[in-house]
Every structure is written in C-alpha cells, then in structure tokens.
Unconditional design. Structure first.
Length: 398
C-alpha cells in the first residue's frame, strides 16, 4: 500500500527532476572549465532527497550550500515548489485539527492566526532587505533598483532568486522547523535577520514542524482563553473542555521551557571564554549570532547565522542540551494537558461561552502571541538586532 506521503514525495521528486535537479547514482564528474582548470562535480539522488528534506521540514541539504545550490534548487519554479513543500503538511494539519474536533472553523481560525503572523514577517523582512544599508548609500553608492541591478541588500543572496524569494524562503523555513536556506541569514539587515529569529523564539507556532508544530500554537490558545476568562470572570473553556489550574500550569511550564534554555545558554556563552572564542563579529551582531544559534537549536530548526564558529566542544554541548530541552521539555507538559482534557466531559456551549472560531478569538490569539513573545524576549532582541539597527541608522556601524 502506498501512503499519500510516498505519492507526494514521488511527484515532488519528478517535478524537481523536470526543473533540472539531478537524480542518479553516478560518481563524481570531472569537467574542464573555460580557464582550463579541472572541476569535480558531485552528483547523486538529489531530487528524491530534496523533496524529503522539504516535506519533512528537515532542512539538511545534499550539498553544503543547501537550497542555494543550483543542483538542489536551479530555477524560480523549483524554488516555489520547495517553499510550498515546506508549508504544505503543517498548514494541512490545521484542517485535520478542525475535523478531529468536529468543527472545521476551529482549524480555519488557527490558520488565520498563522497567516496574519506569517504575512507580517514576510513584509518586515522584505522591507528591511529592499531598503538596504543606509551607510553604503551615504558613501555615494547607488543602491536603488534599476535595470542593471537588483538594489537593496543582495549580500548572501542568489541572483536568480533575488530579495523577494530569499526573504520569503527565510520566513517560511523559520516559521516551520525546516531550517533549509536559499540565502545566508547572517548577511541580512538587522531587522531582516530579526524576523527569522523571532519566528523561532515564538516556538515556531506559525505553521510549525511536521508532527510537532500545531501543539505550539494550541499552548498559546490556552493562554489566550485564560486571559479572556480573567476578563469576564468565568472559567475558560476550549472545545467544550474546562481549562482549570492543572492545564494552565502545564501550559506555562511548556511555554517557559524555550526561553529558559535559549536565554540561559546565551547569557553563559557571551561571558565565558569558550563562548566568546566562537564569535567573529564584535558588538550586537556577534551577540545575535549566539542568540540565533541557541534559538535554532531549541526550536529544532537548523538554519544559522553562520558567522558563529559553533563547531567547538562548548557550542556542540550547549546547543545539544538546548535541543533536548526544546524537544522534550515542551512536549511532556503538552501531553499532560492532552491527557487531562481527554478525561474531561464536554460542556455544552452557553451564552457565556467564548467562541473560539470567530474573528475576535483570532485577534486575541495574535495579541497574546505577540505580547507574551515580546515580554519574554524583548530585552534579548533589543541587545541584538534592534541595537544593531539603531547603530546602523546612527552611522556608527558599518
């Protein structure tokens, strides 16, 4: 019996082959360049591995350059196919959730929240990268887009994709637990690089990873309903189940696990010698590289601000612990919540029941995610990308 995911991988691999992605078991090919030099070209079953990487939100590339490599991602159409593949299962889980609880509108409400936060991230990242570096423009260099140049900040980006497709990919890959890249996040403008960072700091609740993403936003839904219950003086409910002290405590425990791991390890890394030894950029950008490293580890993402020399015993050990905390310390409380809710009977809706499939709930959930994320991580983000942005605007950073 062929599973739907097997069919999707087969179709996706064939589409990538159509676009020029290699799929063979051949050995290395030696070629002679125009200058007469010898070049060794690696090959292999790239197309089948690439679609698995994207559909499974894994992120490990066949080649070191990942999805910026022309053999993994040769054309704008292959770029689109791979971005859709990263999102498709996570987005589809919202409809599965609605069907499982017997009300598809519940799934649409969750998807609407994800969509609002996703569009905000894409718009911010594109605006920052399209604007470019004002200090370069101040030197008399023309950074405006024209027929001869893309304009903006093209450092670390593939010309065949440009700023729009690069920032869109960067937002998508950090909204999920994928981590595949088609540009270098470390080369982004401060606010452009802040978007992938915040996507992961929030726990990748925007779409999330395959099999482990939807419950992140459900944690925030419980918090949102708890806040709504406090405002009206009523015991909160979600899907007809009462949210009592145990569920709220487990929710806060799960939400606080990520900042505990990320912020503690980052604080240690920027004051001890083994941590400082890996930083190649002084100032706020170097600090952001460290913060990003522990954030992507805890979020099981895999993208990087690659200026950080993280292949050391110190970073391998600490990021490894961040991964363990981010994976298991979150899911265990969530399983406890699921078990507690499953044991409760469904309460029929009444006049005082807060509708969780309405626009009001969507707005409340977006606000709770932003506020909780801001209160938790604003000091850390202020020391990194925000400080770098202000220094760049003031002309004190090049």
């Amino acid at each position: 019996m062929v599973r739907p995911t097997d069919e999707a991988r087969t179709i996706g691999a064939l589409l990538l082959c159509w676009q020029g992605v290699p799929q063979n078991l051949g050995a290395y090919t030696e070629a002679t360049t125009l200058e007469g030099a010898k070049q060794v070209i690696a090959q292999g079953p790239v197309a089948s591995q690439e679609i698995i990487k994207e559909l499974g939100t894994n992120g490990g590339g066949f080649f070191n350059a990942n999805s910026a490599h022309p053999f993994e991602n040769p054309t704008p159409l292959s770029n689109l196919i791979e971005m859709v593949a990263i999102f498709v299962i996570g987005v589809g889980l919202t409809n599965v959730f609605g069907r499982m609880v017997g009300n598809e509108r519940q799934g649409w409400a969750i998807l609407a929240v994800m969509g609002i936060l996703f569009l905000a991230g894409v718009a911010t990242a594109y605006w920052a990268e399209a604007a470019g570096n004002p200090q370069i423009a101040a030197l008399g260099v023309d950074t405006a887009p024209s027929a001869m140049q893309a304009g903006g900040n093209m450092e670390g980006k593939e010309v065949r994709f440009g700023i729009a497709n690069s920032t869109l990919w960067a937002t998508i890959t950090t909204d999920t637990s994928c981590g595949a890249v088609n540009s270098m996040h470390d080369s982004y403008m401060p606010l452009g690089g802040m978007v992938p960072l915040i996507n992961m700091l929030l726990g990748e609740v925007i779409v999330g990873g395959v099999g482990s993403g939807l419950y992140g936003i459900l944690l925030f839904a419980i918090v949102a309903l708890f806040v709504a219950g406090l405002m009206v003086g009523r015991t909160p409910e979600y899907l007809g189940k009462k949210l009592e002290a145990k569920e709220v405590k487990m929710t806060m425990l799960a939400i606080l696990c990520l900042p505990l791991s990320i912020l503690v390890f980052t604080a240690i890394a920027v004051v001890v010698e083994p941590g400082l030894a890996g930083i190649s950029n002084a100032g706020p950008h170097g600090y952001t590289e460290v913060l990003y490293a522990f954030t992507e580890g805890a979020g099981n993402n895999g993208s990087a601000f690659a200026g950080l020399s993280a292949n050391t015993p110190f970073y391998n050990t600490t990021i490894g612990f961040a991964m363990l905390i981010g994976r298991f310390f979150v899911i265990v409380p969530m399983l406890a919540i699921a078990g507690a809710l499953a044991a409760k009977s469904v309460s029929p809706p009444s006049a005082g029941t807060f509708p969780t499939d309405s626009g009001l709930f969507v707005g409340l959930l977006v606000g709770v995610i932003v506020i909780v994320g801001g209160l938790t991580y604003f000091p850390a983000v202020a020391l990194g990308p925000l400080a770098e942005q202000f220094a760049m605007q003031a002309g004190t950073l090049f």
